[in-house]
Ligand binder design. Structure first.
Ligand SMILES: Cc1ncc(COP(=O)(O)O)c(C=O)c1O
Length: 350
């Protein structure tokens, strides 16, 4: 049986969270002399002299409408990266607990575990980049608190099999995190609809990819209200700044435009994949459910270096296990994709 109480760190259970100035009163106020802000404002703009809403209620309500998830099931972080760190800090006892990751995958799970002194156990993906369920099962012990899944996965681009994820959700007594940073580019549907069914599920999404707002730093975690309460207790009081909250609200009014952009990026992804597939030294272009493609190509490292001399930066994954000779290529603008393809022609002609 899943028991959240058994997973929360003892110090976090006992923690009295910081109570911000604005937490301690409710109702209308005209004069705010409670938070040691600069009441005169800034020479830059009068607008940002006040602390932002620590609970980001306006943004959450809007996300709630767009996503169909009620606000008490939503946590907002300073990028998904903050959500990742907070999950470690809330549920994993340093030097004692462990978590499972399935490489090759997004690097921050391991970095964040190392920062928090949490043991990492690895169940590498199989050759087809799917989960090795038996290996995962064998790694689980009494101190395994979290299993990190990334679907669609970075850097491989594929979605994980839904049934495999369900098997883990049904059998693991700890928390299963599904990082869906790239879900808007995928054919597969989000696990957010399954929140009611699985009390041990955390779904992470972000404004950095499909929404085109990586610079704002806004990540979302969807989970039971009990898990969200724990994350809220541990987060810094004003983790989402005022400018980000305002711009996110504006972006959330433009769902139609975002959907158009997603379609365009998916079309350009397929076109780019086709062009690379026709190149003489390309061994494989892996099917992608994300806004990038993973390309297996002879002399990957040399090509990476050659493109750098042309001012084009790809992600060299050729040293990563299971991604040998692979370059990860983000879908760019039409113009950027053309520049890349032309540079590849130069590589072949030299
Ligand atoms: C799988 C995955 N999760 C999370 C992130 C980071 O998201 P954010 O910008 O919201 O911190 C990335 C960024 O590349 C990613 O690939």
């Amino acid at each position: 049986m899943f028991q959240l109480e058994n997973l929360i760190r003892e110090n976090i259970k006992k923690l009295t969270p910081y109570s911000s100035a604005r937490d301690e009163f409710s109702g209308e106020a005209k004069v705010f002399l409670d938070a040691n802000e600069n009441s005169l404002g800034s020479p830059l703009t009068k607008w940002y002299n006040r602390y932002p809403d620590p609970h980001q209620m306006a943004v959450k309500e809007k996300i709630s409408v767009v996503k169909g998830i009620s606000a008490e099931h939503i946590f907002l972080g300073n990028g998904s990266d903050e959500c990742i760190d907070l999950l470690f800090r809330s549920f994993c006892e340093p030097g004692k607990d462990n978590v499972i990751i399935c490489p090759p995958t997004y690097g921050m799970y391991e970095v964040s575990a190392n920062i928090n002194d949490i043991e990492i156990k690895k169940a590498p993906l199989l050759e087809d980049f799917q989960l090795d369920l038996i290996h995962i099962e064998n790694l689980i012990d009494a101190n395994t608190k979290l299993i990190w899944l990334c679907s669609p996965n970075n850097p491989t681009g594929n979605s994980l099999n839904r049934v495999d994820i369900e098997i883990i959700l049904n059998n693991f007594k700890g928390i299963v995190i599904i990082d869906e940073a790239y879900i808007n580019f995928a054919k597969q549907k989000s696990f957010q609809q399954e929140l009611a069914e699985y009390p041990n599920l955390v779904v992470m999404q972000t404004f950095s990819k499909a929404w085109g707002l990586a610079g704002l730093r806004l990540g979302m975690a969807f989970a039971s209200s009990a898990i969200i309460e724990v994350l809220n207790k541990v987060k810094p009081p004003y983790n989402i700044n005022q400018a980000t909250q305002e711009l996110a609200l504006k972006a959330l009014e433009e769902v139609g435009q975002v959907n158009d952009m997603i379609k365009l990026l998916v079309d350009m992804r397929e076109a780019l994949a086709e062009v690379f597939l026709s190149m003489p030294t390309v061994e494989k272009v892996y099917p992608s459910d994300a806004n990038f493609i993973l390309v297996k190509i002879k002399e990957a490292k040399n090509i990476y270096m050659f493109l750098l001399t042309k001012g084009i930066v790809l992600r060299d994954r050729s040293n990563v296990k299971l991604c040998e000779d692979c370059l990860r290529i983000t879908v760019g603008t039409e113009k950027e994709n053309t520049i890349l393809v032309e540079a590849m022609q130069e590589w072949y002609n030299q």
